[in-house]
Design a protein around this ligand. Structure first.
Ligand code: JHZ
Length: 396
């Protein structure tokens, strides 16, 4: 049974960066009600009313996974590690984005799946790229009895696909007998611990735990045999999955993670009700910070036009009254307006000017990288605001 525990209000699609704020464009902006539920049967946490993926993964997809040094080096590291560990002959990535992971493999090994046509166009010249949604139909088109994948990788994508049974059945069709699937997604443990409610937006249909992933893959005759806690995106988990009959024995790490999640009571509905209360408090306190800074006539901007910050701004109703503009390094976000609140997005080169007093960390998950980059801003007295784990001004 699915039980609702969090209401994040009326929200736009997090990828719907607007090219203009004319009446005509605004009239077409799509909104939905963002609520989050807990399934008491398999312990999955999901948004209650997923949006049609065809509205989300269009040829105007803005996010470029290679935009941060942190992610470029994280993908390089895991690609090399998996290559060494499994020596795969065929590697497939589901949700290959701009190719930041596959670029670490020789092109003859790689198959890429990417439904956003503008992104698929970025890799198709070099890598065999399927501009399509991942499902059984596509798996049957790519693979056959004699052709299977030894390694399937998917970062920040499986959590975006509403039909998990279809997704993992398609994985079972595609993996070789001892093939391995590796998934990375933000971890529920971190979201609960950090009060990072902004990990919920239309694209994050699920925020997984090892407990829920292990339950879900079983239904497709697959097995979670290893896990790794990783620091990307504010705390993620890497799941290693194989066929039931594959040679891998379950590692001690899986048992320890499952135990850790149970100790954190991720299998109990009461945990989510408490989280929901903390989220409401976080909203109140963040608004308080913005109001008091504005009262003192401070110039506030936001740093990183993240999908996550779309949830924060629309839930807390933080708009142009508080934030002058948002800076982002992604070229195709610059010159546009944020979803819902319609705050202009500009380049950091122009935006990080001397008039800025405070910058909200929309990309709080890259805090370390950003603080290192913005030494000049900090030196002249500029300060960052964050809401994770609690709303506060970062003084150092
Ligand atoms: P970042 C997107 O979410 C959408 P977002 C998606 N659904 C998902 O799951 C995650 O990615 C993985 C900019 N930036 O990665 C670049 C700077 O401007 O936190 C990006 O636009 N300056 C697929 O958007 C954004 O911030 C910088 O110095 O929540 C970061 O987006 C740095 C480091 C980043 O994901």
């Amino acid at each position: 049974m699915k039980k609702k525990f969090l209401k994040l209000g009326i929200q736009p699609l997090a990828n719907s960066f607007l090219s203009s704020i004319s009446k005509k464009t605004l009239a077409k902006e799509f909104f939905y009600n963002l609520e989050v539920s807990f399934n008491t049967n398999n312990y999955l946490v999901s948004i209650s009313n997923p949006v049609n993926p065809k509205l989300q993964y269009t040829d105007k997809y803005a996010h470029r996974a290679s935009e941060s040094i942190t992610m470029r080096s994280a993908f390089k590291k895991i690609a090399n590690k998996l290559n060494k560990k499994y020596s795969p002959k065929i590697v497939m990535e589901i949700g290959s984005n701009d190719g930041v992971f596959i670029r670490n493999f020789s092109k003859k090994k790689v198959l890429a799946v990417e439904p956003c046509k503008n992104l698929a166009n970025l890799t198709k010249m070099k890598y065999k790229t399927f501009p399509d949604f991942w499902n059984k139909r596509l798996a049957k088109k790519i693979f056959s009895k004699s052709k299977k994948a030894d390694l399937i990788f998917s970062a920040n994508t499986i959590s975006h696909i509403p039909n998990l049974k279809e997704t993992f059945d398609a994985i079972n069709l595609s993996l070789s007998d001892d093939g391995v699937m590796v998934i990375e997604d933000p971890s529920l443990y971190s979201v609960i611990k950090n009060n990072s409610y902004d990990q919920f937006y239309d694209e994050h249909v699920y925020v997984f735990s090892a407990i829920s992933i292990s339950n879900v893959v079983k239904k497709s005759n697959l097995r979670l045999f290893d896990t790794e806690e990783i620091s990307t995106h504010g705390g993620s988990m890497r799941y290693y999955i194989c066929k039931d009959s594959a040679k891998y024995t379950n590692t001690q790490r899986v048992n320890l993670i499952l135990k850790k999640e149970k100790t954190a009571r991720l299998q109990k509905f009461s945990t989510y009700l408490k989280f929901s209360k903390r989220v409401q408090k976080s909203k109140k306190n963040l608004i308080k910070i913005f109001k008091s800074l504005k009262k003192n006539k401070k110039n506030i901007i936001s740093y990183g036009a993240t999908y996550k910050s779309s949830t924060v701004f629309n839930y807390c109703k933080i708009g142009k009254k508080f934030i002058n503009y948002v800076t982002d390094t992604t070229l195709n976000k610059q010159g546009k307006f944020t979803p819902g609140q319609h705050i202009p997005i500009i380049s950091p080169e122009v935006g990080m000017s001397d008039s800025v007093d405070y910058a909200f960390l929309g990309a709080w998950n890259f805090k370390k990288e950003i603080l290192k980059k913005e030494k000049k801003f900090i030196k002249r007295g500029g300060k960052f605001i964050t809401h994770v784990p609690l709303p506060k001004i970062i003084s150092k």
